[in-house]
Design a protein around this ligand. Structure first.
Ligand SMILES: [Fe+2]
Length: 285
């Protein structure tokens, strides 16, 4: 029997979502973004997307190979889109899942990466991978480090490169290779998301269409005491972050990770104070 992904709704009880994530390592959450915020997000991104090209510089050839040809990528989304901060980064469903999965292992979690990935015709299958291996030095086993997602900004189909996922692979030894029947294409309408944990194998699919760009947003959250993949302080500097909702500032890493109540210490202070408070009183940036 071929593998499959459970489909739930964004307003289903969070326990049902987290149960599926714990059991399968991934699920499809339908109706995460309605047509109105989707259209607003699209409008926010339009200028940057128009200026983006698959021909761009990456930090090294490995990253270039990993991202693949025929892909337009936007990063630093919090600084490009007010809709991102208000409707996506702080989405109650995503944060409720993070509360349940990441909450027990940190004083607060934070945004890890937010990238719009616009995969054009001719884009090839991306290597199946585990997002959490960016923290390769973390001994295994370990608690869940990361809650990740790909939000469909257009309808995702197997032909246009829907994210491919291997349900159950979050429990596999690293060396186990998936068979073709283990891999599911996360086909879903725009506004839905495939949500997965950092240990679940997945990758972008090949876009075999002639003229359809598969636009999605990779959005992930990580324990607040790990270094993030994107450097949000530089991509969304204080003079930009100041205008964002406080919860967005906190998720971008402007809040200290304060584990003093757990007999630990704190991380991320500025002049021995909480930068999110310094943003609020105007003394930062
Ligand atoms: Fe990934």
């Amino acid at each position: 029997m071929s593998a499959s992904l459970l489909r739930l709704r964004a307003d289903d009880p969070v326990e049902a979502l987290t149960e599926a994530l714990a059991r399968d390592g991934a699920l499809i959450v339908e109706g995460l973004l309605g047509p109105e915020p989707l259209a607003r997000f699209e409008a926010d991104l339009a200028p940057a997307l128009a200026a983006a090209s698959p021909e761009r510089d990456y930090l090294n050839p490995a990253v270039e190979w990993f991202m693949g040809k025929r892909t337009r990528t936007l990063t630093g989304i919090a600084a490009k889109s007010p809709t991102f901060a208000s409707d996506i980064l702080c989405h109650p469903t995503l944060l409720a899942v993070c509360d349940a999965i990441l909450g027990p292992s940190c004083a607060r979690y934070q945004l890890n990466v937010a990238q719009v990935l616009d995969r054009g015709p001719g884009a090839e299958d991306q290597m199946l991978h585990r997002d959490e291996l960016v923290w390769i030095h973390m001994p295994r086993p370990h608690p869940e480090l990361q809650v990740a997602s790909v939000i469909a900004l257009v309808d995702f189909t197997a032909d246009n490169g829907a994210t491919r996922v291997v349900p159950g692979s979050h429990r596999w030894p690293l060396e186990r290779q998936p068979e073709a029947a283990d891999v599911v294409a996360a086909e879903m309408p725009a506004g839905s998301a495939v949500v997965y944990v950092g240990s679940t194998l997945h990758g972008g699919g090949a876009n075999t269409t002639q003229d359809t760009w598969r636009r999605g947003m990779h959005l992930s959250y990580v324990l607040g005491w790990l270094r993030t993949e994107e450097n949000h302080y530089l991509e969304t500097p204080p003079d930009v972050a100041r205008a964002l909702p406080r919860q967005a500032q906190e998720l971008l890493g402007y809040a200290v990770h304060d584990a003093v109540a757990d007999a630990g210490g704190y991380l991320g202070a500025v002049d021995l104070r909480d930068p999110v408070e310094l943003l609020a009183d105007g003394s930062l940036g």
